[in-house]
Design a protein around this ligand. Sequence first.
Ligand code: GMT
Length: 375
Amino acid sequence: MKKLKIGITCYPTLGGSGVIATELGKKLAKKGHDIHFITSSVPFRLDTLLPNVFFHEVEMSHYPVFQYPPYDLVLANKMAEVIDEEELDVLHVHYAVPHAICAILAKAIAKRDVKIVTTLHGTDITVLGIDNGLRKMIIHAIEESDKVTAVSESLVKQTREMLDVTSPIDVVYNFIDEVIYHPTDVKDIRKQFGIEDHEKVIVHISNFRKVKRVQDVVQVFSYVQEKLPSKLLLIGDGPEYSDILRDVQERGLEDNVLFLGKQNNVAALLNMADLMLLPSEKESFGLVLLEAMACGVPCIASDVGGIPEVIQHKKNGFVTELGDVNLMAAYALDLLTDEKKWKNFSEEAIHHAAEAFHSDHIVAQYEAIYEEVLR
Ligand code: GMT
């Protein structure tokens, strides 16, 4: 394929959408495309030095006349500059609002024609449940993009139902970097964390927002550890942190629950685990499930959003009705006490992650989309 100049805008801080955008940029750069990140800070996963990856900072000055800093306008201005100066072919934005809207404005300002590809990650659509004030804006972003993708079939369906849009939306699933996420021996690290050989380890990773239902994780763990020597690793941070901490203390679980905060080397931590729990209320895909599965960690999660497109129920993990902590605990105990079954689920998880979501395949899908919009 012809080498392209591709602009990428995402939220550069922690979060699945930022991870996907950055990993995609790195993979595309390795295939020879020029990648221009247009973001407010260096994306946290942009840790490899590549000669054809560029970072254009959206710099916010102090604007005394404005009550609120005009981030979206400054971003649109920066995008227009980069489109012209770097001669971009494609601008791939992650999130309809504000990034696709900024891209549409930048395209109108820039002298050069550029194609806009917008990826929906879920929160831009589910936010509508809270704030209908952005409805027309999101519809405009979808209709005016040259191509829209969503990270699961479920998100496409939800977008259609909530917004009544009929324009095509392609499903392009999330992916992981197979070089980072694979099974590794971490016996020594387990020891460093005070985990005994005979103990089972359950892991949960999220931004501790209400929708993640971390309290369900704690409840499931409290049932499991009554029957099995086990530890719970809670990775991440967010608004529910203090309530979860209190819950853990009130249940007397503090010796067995490790709050690890935000972590960069998640692959090593995942490899310490025997099981992942993700009991979210909403989840358009659940990138952490894929990260866990690629490391051979079976997952139990709620049957919502795109989760059943990732976990194959009773084959490589389990899905349950939202909030069914008793069933989650029963599935967890079933898996953690049956070595043969666990091994089988673990192998199936690795296999499914590689078969259905391999980065080579997903990156090629995005390249085909760029080709299509440029045709
Ligand atoms: O889950 C979050 O709160 C973060 C959010 C984001 O924008 O990074 O995650 C969304 O995008 C991820 C990458 O596509 C998906 O794997 C997550 O399922 C999705 N989160 C929700 O739908 C709640």
